[in-house]
Design a protein around this ligand. Structure first.
Ligand code: PGA
Length: 243
């Protein structure tokens, strides 16, 4: 496990941009898995800037998103698909057929999850997975509980997660969907390389538990400790409670 502590969120994001850019230059048809949320926005801005300057090319890359809300139409501006379009896909010219996002409006949600797993396999597996961490230690939408599911699946979101995601829903947690589809913990651990980015004081409590606490389904990000090539990229605030 590698732990990189940067002075601030901007420096941490720039570090992740360098990691992704280097991997994509080495392998232009890299298969990435990508998160949504507040944390990766600066990373996507940085990648978009490199593309705009002609220093990075996403035209052959393939991406798989970690998760999506259940029940939002494909073109709903609050969907993670729409988030990714705005923050990354449309800015780096990633063709839609190479940018895989789970369809939370699919009629057959179990079939959609199975299709997603097959698509990852057909792409040759995930080369580099960027993940975030929830306040409760979730990764993707694998929420804490008595057990975890290995493959992509449907989940019920905790009230904490719904509160943390209320912003696009007019700040009202009651309007946040109750369910989501998420890559499973096994799918995430199947990536050849994982980079976790956590910034800000709100993550300071959960980060040491993920990095050095017991591996437990009550803190899904702790499972990353089992991976042979994982880097935790933190800013000083998120790292402030690490020993
Ligand atoms: P955040 O979300 O980047 O908005 O903090 C992270 C997560 O919930 O995984």
């Amino acid at each position: 496990m590698r732990i990189t502590v940067c002075p601030g969120a901007t420096a941490a994001s720039a570090h992740v941009v360098r990691r992704i850019a280097a991997a994509l230059r080495r392998d232009p048809s890299l298969v990435l898995s990508l998160p949504t949320g507040r944390t990766p926005i600066e990373v996507y801005d940085g990648l978009a800037r490199l593309v705009a300057r002609g220093r990075l090319d996403f035209s052959r890359a393939v991406t798989f998103n970690l998760d999506e809300f259940v029940g939002l139409a494909l073109d709903d501006p609050r969907s993670y698909r729409a988030f990714m379009g705005r923050h990354l896909f449309d800015r780096v010219g990633l063709p839609p057929r190479r940018a895989h996002v789970l369809d939370g409006a699919a009629r057959d949600l179990a079939g959609e999850c199975a299709r997603f797993e097959r698509a990852i396999e057909a792409a040759g597996g995930i080369g580099l997975s960027l993940v975030g961490i929830g306040l409760n230690g979730h990764v993707g939408f694998n929420e804490p509980g008595p057990g975890l599911v290995a493959a992509t699946h449907r989940v019920k979101l905790t009230s904490l997660t719904r509160r943390a995601n209320a912003k696009p829903f007019g700040g009202d947690p009651r309007r946040v969907p109750h369910e989501a589809l998420t890559m499973g913990i096994g799918t995430i651990l199947g990536a050849r390389r994982i980079v976790l980015l956590a910034t800000g004081r709100s993550k300071a409590r959960v980060v040491p538990r993920a990095i050095a606490g017991p591996v437990t389904t009550w803190l899904p990000a702790s499972f990353l400790q089992l991976h042979a090539d994982v880097e935790f990229v933190l800013d000083r605030d998120a790292a402030s409670r690490l020993g």
